[in-house]
Design a protein around this ligand. Structure first.
Ligand code: FE
Ligand code: FE
Ligand code: ZN
Ligand code: FE
Length: 165
């Protein structure tokens, strides 16, 4: 697509994050299943539920600007998911794996936070008034998910450090 205007750029990034969320909705169940900590598993599963709602919210954002809800492969998310999946290759749960899962998940959240933050700023400039609260609701969830992971890391990282000593 030609990228001649901020409108084009907004649509391009909207498609990117739409695809990114869909990738995540497939990856999160696998990451959650691999978690040894019940708290971490619950956090990842509850973020999966939020992710499904985020996909629906993005469909509303597309609608609000009269565009079809279509994704465009987010290569960054492919890479982030791939790195997270590498952790699962051993197939065993452990505190060390949990620490790795938190790391991979926080990279994902930060990537999403960057995209939604930018989209909100552009929506404000472009006067996409209906899109702003939808994008903001998701940004708030991404930030809360990131904070929850930081909280879990504060104990799980120490369990990881004690493992196999
Ligand atoms: Fe998300
Ligand atoms: Fe992306
Ligand atoms: Zn991308
Ligand atoms: Fe997220």
């Amino acid at each position: 697509m030609s990228m001649e205007s901020l409108e084009d750029l907004f649509l391009d990034q909207l498609k990117d994050v739409f695809n990114a969320e869909k990738q995540l909705s497939k990856a999160l169940p696998k990451l959650a299943k691999a978690a040894e900590s019940e708290d971490l598993r619950e956090a990842l599963n509850s973020h999966l539920e939020e992710t499904m709602e985020q996909i629906e919210r993005l469909e509303k954002v597309f609608k609000s600007i009269d565009k079809p809800a279509r994704g465009k492969t987010c290569k960054a998310m492919e890479g982030l998911v791939e790195e997270g999946s590498e952790l699962l290759e051993e197939g065993e749960t452990s505190a060390v794996l949990d620490a790795g899962l938190i790391c991979a998940s926080q990279k994902v959240e930060h990537y999403e936070i960057a995209t939604y933050g930018t989209l909100i700023t552009w929506a404000e400039i472009l006067g996409y008034k209906k899109a702003i609260p939808l994008l903001q609701a998701t940004l708030d969830e991404e930030k809360a998910a990131d904070e929850k992971l930081t909280e879990l890391a504060s104990s799980l990282n120490f369990e990881a450090a004690e493992e196999a000593k």
